[in-house]
Design a protein around this ligand. Structure first.
Ligand code: NAI
Ligand SMILES: CCCCC/C=C\C=C\C(=O)C/C=C\C/C=C\CCCC(=O)O
Length: 261
């Protein structure tokens, strides 16, 4: 399906899952703002994407999503360059149990801020045209590991926030579809960080537990996660979906009991 004329913003877009999603969006003819902390990687990535898709389709914006003012400017900069905004992927995430407050800031607070900024630019409540938001959580939202307590907490938080906001969007008639995406292990540089004492602090001693999980459940390729994202973006019947992607079941959806209250 063509996303011709659509404008997307992807955080953590210079590497790993974000990079794969940027590529898929460009393949579908969207314009993309690739947002990342890593300037060198972002510029290198943009040069490669310009060579493949032509100049003017992708812009790189250097931004630390944990800096609220910089994130606000990044959204505005995207709209200034491309005219409007239709798709926001809040993907940037880290695993740092030593600086665990930073992990909460990047993985949860910035996802909340990114969702509110996306609504400012896309919600019919604000006179905009509607759109789609995807917040990247993890299968760590449905299971836990002694190796990553705060990472696990942030990913649970992303699901709770996203489901509540999806209901607010439906009941408030925002015209914005809001989803959470939960991959199992994916072959990206983030997976290497879990063996590093600088990241894991005292929990590094549980790394064998983590590695056993990886060999038990397998490791996915970023392209499959991008495929799941594209399904959430293009299937307009989906609203408030919690998509899971695992080696055993591929792309599928989590189902919840109806609320009794
Ligand atoms: N790799 C995996 O096994 C899984 C990853 N995830 C989630 O997917 C998302 C993407 O992860 P990966 O691609 O694996 O990670 P990655 O480490 O390969 O790439 C993350 C990108 O985000 C950027 N980034 C980090 N902090 C940032 C900040 N404060 N501001 C702006 N950009 C920042 C990095 O520079 C990097 O380019 C994360 O939210 C992660 O928790 C979820 C499930 C599994
Ligand atoms: C709970 C472990 C957290 C590890 C954090 C480091 C890297 C991040 C990886 C993830 O976010 C993925 C986390 C956990 C789930 C992995 C596999 C579950 C597969 C379940 C299944 O196949 O049924």
């Amino acid at each position: 399906m063509s996303l011709n004329g659509k404008v997307a913003l992807v955080t953590g877009g210079a590497q790993g899952i974000g990079r794969a999603v940027v590529q898929s969006l460009l393949q579908s003819s969207a314009k993309v703002a690739m947002v990342d902390l890593n300037k060198d990687l972002g510029e290198e990535c943009k040069a490669q994407l310009d060579a493949e898709f032509g100049e003017g389709n992708c812009t790189f914006i250097e931004c630390d999503v944990a800096n609220g003012d910089a994130l606000r400017d990044t959204f505005q900069n995207t709209v200034d360059q491309f005219g409007h905004l239709d798709i926001v992927i809040n993907n940037a995430g880290i695993t740092n149990e030593k600086d665990w407050e930073k992990t909460i800031q990047v993985n949860l607070t910035s996802v909340i801020k990114g969702t509110y900024l996306a609504l400012e630019h896309m919600s019919k409540e604000n006179g905009k045209q509607g759109g789609t938001i995807i917040n990247v959580s993890s299968m760590a939202a449905f299971m836990h590991s002694p190796h990553q307590p705060v990472y696990t907490a942030t990913k649970h938080g992303v699901i709770g926030f996203t489901r509540a906001m999806a209901d607010a969007a439906i009941q408030g008639d925002y015209g914005v579809r809001i989803h959470a995406l939960c991959p199992a292990f994916v072959d990206t540089p983030l997976l290497q960080s879990v063996e590093d004492e600088d990241n894991m602090g005292k929990f590094v001693k549980f790394k064998d537990d983590f590695k056993r999980s990886m060999s038990k459940f397998g490791v996915l390729q970023p392209s499959l996660i991008a495929e799941g994202m594209m399904r959430l973006i293009t299937d307009t019947s989906l609203h408030g979906a919690v998509m899971k992607i695992t080696c055993s079941k591929g792309i599928h959806f989590h189902t919840y009991e109806p609320m009794s209250a």
